[in-house]
Write a protein that binds this ligand. Structure first.
Ligand SMILES: Nc1ncnc2c1ncn2[C@@H]1O[C@H](COP(=O)(O)OP(=O)(O)O)[C@@H](O)[C@H]1O
Ligand SMILES: [Mg+2]
Length: 269
């Protein structure tokens, strides 16, 4: 970590907005993401959560505002450049290379870091083969460290849904990010899978020294995991605070949380 990383928050969004034709999907969004924190983002469908991720990671340019990451202005920067600077994400809908092996899925993500030079590839130089082998070994070691090596040779699409979700996270981690953004990682998971995923996120947060932003509807994941929670509604942050603050906030309960979710939050209190 350079000196700048300790003197300024890792990621700073100031007055960020995004409109689609007439629709203001995100408005006046501010964030100072602290090194090492886990920020939870909740809000009803259509609140602007995925739009926020798209704007932060360069998949969509914002209509207004500025975004700084690790001391640099990244507003409007292309997604692969943002990724190279150390921001990784997963998608609400799984995006894997289904007909490629688990190992190759990790390798393609790693290439963002350890690029074989153009001429080396073209001329088939020995150093390219060494890099290729190094990449394979690194990818395997990565899968081993995440306890996912037993499926290394299987096609991604052939694996259980919960494993595919984890593989997406493994791919994101293979880019060696400082910040990991997870968009509804527990979507479609049962209670047991969600509990396992919660432990997995906690574990990688520790081991990789990550800063994490997680969008999720499932309170059993968001409440125990988050240091801080922002609540989005109609593109705006309507509440922000610790899980305890959010649980007790009548505005949140009214605007977003039905009786069922309120009860679920009580249960995780
Ligand atoms: N690419 C897009 N083009 C047009 N409208 C979009 C696009 N992406 C999102 N929206 C709209 O923006 C609003 C917020 O969507 P989204 O960010 O996906 O919400 P959430 O992830 O909180 O469910 C919704 O009304 C959605 O229809
Ligand atoms: Mg979404």
């Amino acid at each position: 970590m350079g000196a700048t990383a300790t003197t300024e928050p890792l990621l700073i969004a100031t007055g960020v907005g995004r409109a689609f034709r007439g629709l203001q999907a995100l408005a006046d969004y501010d964030l100072e993401l602290r090194q090492g924190e886990i920020l939870g983002i909740i809000g009803p469908n259509g609140a602007g959560k995925s739009t926020l991720f798209n704007v932060l990671t360069g998949f969509l340019p914002p209509s207004s505002g500025t975004i700084r990451f690790r001391g640099r202005d990244i507003t409007g920067m292309a997604p692969n450049r943002v990724a190279q600077l150390g921001m990784a994400r997963t998608f609400q809908n799984i995006r894997l290379f289904g007909s490629m092996s688990v190992l190759d899925n990790v390798k393609t993500a790693q290439q963002l870091r350890g690029k074989a030079g153009f001429w080396e590839t073209m001329l088939n130089l020995p150093s390219f083969h060494n890099k290729e082998r190094a990449l394979t070994e690194q990818a395997m070691a990565h899968l081993v460290s995440l306890g996912m090596a037993n499926f290394a040779a299987a096609d991604a699409a052939s694996l259980p849904y919960g494993f595919q979700r984890k593989l997406e996270i493994a791919r994101a981690l293979a880019t060696e990010p400082a910040v990991l953004l997870l968009d509804e990682p527990a979507a479609g998971m049962n209670e047991g899978e969600t509990a396992e995923l919660t432990g997995f996120i906690r574990d990688i947060h520790q081991r990789f020294g990550l800063t994490v932003v997680v969008v999720e509807h499932d309170m059993s994941l968001i409440m125990p995991l988050s240091d801080r929670i922002q609540v989005l509604n109609y593109g705006r942050v309507i509440a922000e605070g610790t899980p305890a603050d959010i649980r007790a906030n009548p505005k949140v309960i009214e605007a977003y949380l039905g009786a069922e979710d309120a009860a679920a939050m009580e249960a995780t209190a």
